[in-house]
Design a protein around this ligand. Structure first.
Ligand SMILES: C[S@@+](CC[C@H](N)C(=O)[O-])C[C@H]1O[C@@H](n2cnc3c(N)ncnc32)[C@H](O)[C@@H]1O
Length: 258
């Protein structure tokens, strides 16, 4: 007889270095982003020394847009990628539809406030939703983009399957995420910096050390470049590849739904 108290490994995942159930991770991640939302943008600049702006710029530069495209900015949070896509389409004089979808209300609310400040509230739609269970019809979007979000989702397999479902045939998937530096001495320097400095900075700026401890641990636990590419292929994407930025500290994975 099976032990009713044994943990079902198939429903376990990681919250940083801790092993937790999918449901627990979802709640813990939501607490993290509810807590960091007011200082999220400032912390991004401080932690990455402004580099996140260049990574996001490279990411959006890789995305080709056409008139009437429907773009899902999954885990879009405070809106950096949505804003960059909006500006890119505007420069091309292309009318596109952008939806910023995120699990955490306070991240989206900060994004809406930023959009109001920029005078572009009508250009972006918002959905407070989980990447694992999307409330969108099959084949709705021409692009599914996710920036620094996939690492936080309890089941990547579910999120990738949903990404494929909501993409139109020929639709493009793009993921920007922390990855693994391919020069080991530099990787060690980064790890020293990340584990010593980032949680302390989180404590000082956001009064929240634990959330930034989670951040650095979650980066360590995220799959290597080749392994994530394999997961994309297993989810049914074609033409999968990736591009390293900053020696692999960050990578852009992409694929197509054929
Ligand atoms: C590090 S932030 C990234 C925000 C934004 N994309 C950026 O690049 O600045 C991660 C975001 O993922 C969201 N998130 C975490 N788990 C999620 C899930 N299961 N479904 C949807 N969004 C999720 C969080 O609420 C948070 O806004």
């Amino acid at each position: 007889m099976s032990d009713p108290f044994a943990k079902n490994q198939e429903n376990d995942t990681n919250f940083g270095f801790k092993s937790v159930s999918f449901d627990e991770k979802k709640k813990l991640v939501q607490n993290v982003f509810d807590s960091v939302a007011p200082k999220y943008d400032l912390m991004n600049d401080l932690m990455s020394l402004g580099l996140h702006r260049a990574w996001k710029k490279s990411f959006v530069n890789m995305i080709t847009l056409q008139v009437n495209d429907h773009v899902l900015d999954m885990a879009g949070g405070t809106g950096d990628i949505s804003f960059k896509l909006y500006e890119k389409a505007k420069k091309q004089h292309a009318n596109i539809h952008i939806t910023n979808a995120d699990l955490t209300y306070h991240m989206l609310k900060t994004g809406i406030d930023r959009a109001i400040d920029r005078g572009i509230l009508n250009g972006i739609n918002y959905a407070n939703t989980d990447a694992q269970f999307l409330p969108f019809l099959d084949e709705t979007f021409s692009h599914y983009v996710i920036s620094f979000g996939l690492r936080n989702v309890p089941s990547r397999a579910k999120a990738l399957s949903e990404a494929k479902r909501v993409l139109k045939k020929g639709g493009k998937f793009y993921c920007l995420e922390f990855s693994h530096i391919f020069l080991s001495p530099i990787q060690k320097i980064y790890q020293n910096y990340a584990f010593k400095f980032i949680p302390k900075l989180g404590e000082k700026i956001s009064n929240d050390k634990a959330s930034y401890q989670y951040l650095v641990e979650s980066i360590e636990k995220f799959p290597k470049q080749e392994d994530l590419a394999l997961e994309l292929r297993q989810a049914g994407f074609d033409n999968v590849n990736f591009r390293n930025l900053s020696l692999g500290l960050v990578a852009i994975h992409y694929g197509t739904k054929l």
